[in-house]
Design a protein around this ligand. Sequence first.
Ligand code: ADP
Length: 986
Amino acid sequence: MLAEELVLKQRTKILHALCSSGSAEHLERVLDILLAKGALIWEDYQNIQVPGRTLYTNARQLLDLVYTKGVDTCGLFLAALKLALPEAQAVGLSFSESCSNLQENDECQSTSNQTLLAQRPSLVHKLQGCVDGVLAALLDSGHFSSADCDEVRLPIYTPTQQARRLLDHVRSRGDLAASVLLQYIHQKQEPGLPLNQRELTPPKEFLKYQKKLSSSVSAQACFLSTYAGTSHMSLDDIYTDGQLELAEVNAHGPLGLEDIVGLVGIVNEEADTVLVSGEAGSGKSTLLQRLHLLWARGVALQDFLLLFPFSCRRLNSEHNELSVQELLFQHCCWPDRNQEEIFQFILDHPHQILFTFDGLDELKQSFTDEHRVCCPTQRAPVHVLLFNLIQGSLMKGVQKVVTSRSEAVSPLLKKHLRKEVVLKGFSPTGIDSFVRKHHRDPTVAAKVLESMQANTALLGLCHSPVLCWIVSQCHKELLGCGEGSPKTITDVYLMILQHFLQHQSPLKSTMGLGWLQEHLKTVLLLGQLAFEGITSTCYIFSGTDLEACGVTEKDICMVFLIKSKDMSSTHSKCYEFSHVTLQCFFAALFIVLSSNTNRSVIPKLFELENRETGLTRVCFTACLPSSDQQQQASEKESKAAETPNLQITAMFVSGLLSQRHQNLWLHCCPSAAVEKKARQVARCLSKGIQKHFRSIPQPVQGEKKSMHAMPDFVWLIKCLYEMQESRIAKDAMSKLEVDHLKLTYCNIGPVECTALAYVLQHLRNPVGLQLDNNSVGDVGVEQLLPCMHICNSLYLRNNNITDEGIRKLIAKVIQCDSFQKIALFNNKLTDACMQDFSYLLKTKQVFISLRLGNNNITAEGAKQLAEGLKANQTLAYLGLWGNRIGDAGTEALASSLERSNSLVWLSLVGNGVGSAGACALANLIRKSTSLQELWLTENCITRTGVECLIQALKHNTHVTSVWLRNNDLSLEDAEEMKQLESRLIF
Ligand code: ADP
């Protein structure tokens, strides 16, 4: 089909794909590409991007235009669309066969302004994280005024929009301004190198080496490791984008893979190491694998000539001292010739080299900066090399990407980070897309998705890619199990255990034994191996290790253990658990089933403070049979057992010892022993929580008693949830007496929300629940509903919540008597949920505070909210900072609020409010008997508007301040107005 026809036929679908998210990003990306390719001229662009017009209208305008421009433009448009849309949005669209070449022209054009246009897509990308720097340069060079800078930095813009507004402004200021911008970007990329000198011609041997390395990286990366034992699942077929966010700067939207090493979000310019953190199973290794593959194929990270991938797990087994050169060549790829020349080239071009280290948390040694090595030919233990590389004392300038679990990142390591990016698992559309990729048969996929969606606790778990994989893999069990559908993480792992035990090696059960009983020997052997590994930070097992535990070929074929991949060929046959969480699960099975472990193993597992070198080791060693003890004791290194893995193991132990699973252990071990262990766990959990409560400081007089939970608190809560025994949860919670429970920046996702709600519903008195800066999302909100009756306020700032989540939340909280406050700053709310808030305001005459800043609310939404406000007599705080309600929205709100005698604080900062809005607010001031503070900073109010406010203030003595900084007023005007009314603040 011709490109023109494709555009016409798919018009509705394209519009939906471009606009349904409510964000203009996809449309703007397409426009960037079309401008760069010359398919649109500047005037076209201006006719499409008309400020104030709806996104759909703009997109329609673009579709009309490309259609009229003919087949070539339509072809380019489709190719641009394919590139700009995320996978999930592009589903169902077909793109033209003749894939137009969208390769960006990175040659310098005859004028800087032309270069700006030809390189627009990559400039938008490169400008992120340095908009402020460019603005400062333009201010210095006199091309921009501070008002120009403010306009670019308006908080309503996303970072990419700021970059585009900057490019648009620069264009209008002429060629010199454009060259200032380009110069800045070039210097950023290549410090010390003048413009246009980035070309380099590597020696021939180097190019050969590059080819060899990339083909070996590609071979290593093209299959997903979890599937090694079962089937070969190609990464291309299964890879699904996870949610990536910056750890520090919240204002940036979701990141793409290339942003990991890009300019966005840099917190320390001098550092070379980027950390990708996330929970176990959140997809860190897979993400690195994807980056490796894209690099090897020449699709991404093309600023890097060489990429050296390392696995810390494998580096653990390197016992020789090495130099950096040996490390690179022996562990990644050996050059056939001219080693010295190649290494010299690497040393001379550090900015074009990338190292990746997967699983820093799995390294036996914790990060320190004590031992310095600065010379690349000096030999040192591998961990010392690694720490020096991370700090940059070795191979300064080489970029390094390191992955680690969040809990295992020490403050010392943070000091050396260029930026930290957090991987937060799959989004709801990611889950959908993953399951559809996993099951080629669409009817199976639909059924699996349906059963996931029917069980919200399970759906919550599926945000973690590893659990999503397990659940999807075990779809037969899932579809058949009705009532007993898995709820906890332990349930999910038990499901996979049963799945593989029964499917991979079906034993003929002649004696009618249970599935676990039939395979008990294997489970115990693997369990012991796992347990010993976890307690000695060992994740790779040699043939001898396996023999020592009695693990046989047959057990290995069970897929729980897979062959260890290695870039170097030194380790012939080694095995590892197919995921570290599976190793923890087997360790937990061993603790529960074995009669060999001693009594202190469970208390030690739940005890956090004593996890220093030696102590835990000694304790766990004592838990093993004596022959093993000798062997363990003879090991040279006795390292600190790793807390995150022990915590996961403890969580599984809680789950396995739950009453719900006690039948499973019948005939596998003595019931009395299991019951005893279960009582031990319950005692440990209760003690742990009490200890946490005792650490809460007494409140300052007059303030509320507040508890800021530590990450361990979340872990204990998750253990309580795994146990699924409300009596124990109730017991643990009954003694908590706080007014405010703060869990900000605690990595709370949907899984944690389920556990929190399960435990918090047993609190005796209502609390304020503060969950700001987590990744709760709509699914998490739904999980929280069971504890809403015990919340008087809910803070969910910056949590990826959309209208959908709000709808469910409000339907619940209107039934909760004590619910009074909600804060939803920086989420993804639009006008579509304003009706729900309106209903909340009408229905709940105890509601006090509504904060909806930095969302996507327009005049339409404000009008709906105003309907609710008319009928409310309790709201005291209304915050709408950083939306787009404009004059019309302000007029509607002001007119409704005139009747309120409860409102004391109103913020409409950064909302495009002009003088008409200000005059409406003046009326509110005139009539209100309660209003004290009015925030109107960063709007476009002129002298006329302020004069109205002054007149109104003459009739009002309650208002204490009206904030008017950054409006359309000259300094003289502001000075004059201030003289007339001292409550105005400019
Ligand atoms: P981590 O390194 O954070 O512990 P992994 O990358 O090992 O997590 O992921 C565990 C499993 O989850 C993978 O083996 C795979 O089955 C699944 N998985 C993780 N990320 C993705 C992804 N982006 N796309 C598809 N599957 C994924």
